[in-house]
Design a protein around this ligand. Structure first.
Ligand SMILES: [Zn+2]
Length: 95
């Protein structure tokens, strides 16, 4: 995953976003409030890239909708030692 490019953003809505096709991650500077939050959000986004890669450069779908936080995602999170949650307790933002 060393090919990943990381950019800062001021989303207001998301703490992190994974652009899998572009090999890019965007992070909101709010995650710099603590190392623990920074560490979890960065690994969460890397986990999306790993999940995408493992599924053959795609996300699993159900009824035509992408499943971003399913069992495959949870498995990667477990390997990375982070909770497989989508809400990280900082201003109730989603990731
Ligand atoms: Zn996510």
């Amino acid at each position: 995953m060393s090919h990943l490019k990381i950019q800062w953003m001021n989303s207001g809505r998301y703490l992190g976003l994974a652009y899998v096709a572009e090999g890019k991650i965007k992070l909101d500077k709010r995650i710099l409030c603590s190392f623990k939050i920074f560490d979890e959000v960065l690994k969460h986004e890397i986990a999306h890239h790993i999940q995408w890669k493992r599924n053959g450069n795609r996300f699993l779908t159900k009824n035509g909708r992408r499943i971003l936080h399913g069992k495959d995602f949870a498995a990667v999170c477990k390997e990375m030692g982070i909770p497989a949650r989508t809400r990280i307790p900082i201003h109730q933002a989603t990731a």
